[in-house]
Design a protein around this ligand. Structure first.
Ligand SMILES: Nc1nc2c(c(=O)[nH]1)N[C@H]1C(S)=C(S)[C@@H](COP(=O)(O)O)O[C@H]1N2
Ligand SMILES: [Mo]
Length: 197
């Protein structure tokens, strides 16, 4: 019997500088859903931003795509300590949606089909940092991963990237969403390890 213990025989590996503290690389893509997977037909799908006047700004599936779909390469970091690097995504920049929405409020609650919510400061969704993602790894988003569309906010922990996203409600205060009410950090910056409060 021969024992090969790579950890001892190999040269000490440099930690990948793209990995935030406490994170481990995975090659597969775990599914983490708090409830059942909703099935939404793109013919019925719509996206709504509700502003402080109560007015709804709506986009059908085709109207969303008409805003312009872009290629994104993003690293994702789950609070349960796994990360995936350089994932290819496609989606519509949230900036495009806010070109036609005026709001004085600084926070949003993202709402999903199925009832999930997560709170995000508006500024974390703007300036090319967040998308309504419709494809990953060169394929339409699998329903388990949030298809037909999910929020993608890769610079925050992945629980902020609401699967089956259906809209954003503008808020004056940073009210907690689903996981945030259950102990997750209000903002969730993986580089600061903002996991729980
Ligand atoms: N609607 C909805 N979005 C969600 C979740 C969820 O349970 N429901 N889980 C969040 C969490 S905790 C993580 S880590 C990621 C997981 O996405 P994945 O299943 O595509 O890996 O989705 C986030 N978005
Ligand atoms: Mo998560």
């Amino acid at each position: 019997m021969s024992f090969v213990t790579r950890g001892f025989s190999g040269r000490a590996r440099e930690r990948d500088p793209r990995l935030p503290p406490g994170q481990t690389l995975v090659q597969d893509w775990p599914v983490l859903s708090a409830g059942p997977t909703p099935r939404i037909d793109t013919a019925e799908w719509e996206f709504v931003i509700r502003d402080e006047t109560g007015a709804d700004h709506r986009w059908s599936w085709d109207e969303l795509l008409a805003l312009g779909v872009e290629d994104i390469t993003a690293d994702i970091h789950c609070v349960t300590h796994w990360s995936k690097l350089e994932m290819p995504w496609r989606g519509v920049s949230v900036d495009k949606l806010f070109e036609n929405v005026e709001s004085q409020y600084d926070y949003v609650m993202a709402h999903s089909y199925g009832g999930y919510t997560t709170n995000v400061p508006l500024e974390d969704l703007l300036d090319g940092r967040a998308w309504i993602a419709i494809e990953a790894d060169g394929e339409p988003l699998d329903p388990e991963h949030g298809g037909p569309a999910r929020l993608l906010v890769p610079h925050l922990y992945f629980w902020k990237s609401a699967k089956w996203v259906r809209g954003l409600v503008m808020m004056p205060d940073d009210d907690p969403g689903f996981w945030e009410q259950n102990g997750y950090h209000l903002r969730g910056d993986p580089w600061k390890e903002e996991r729980y409060w």
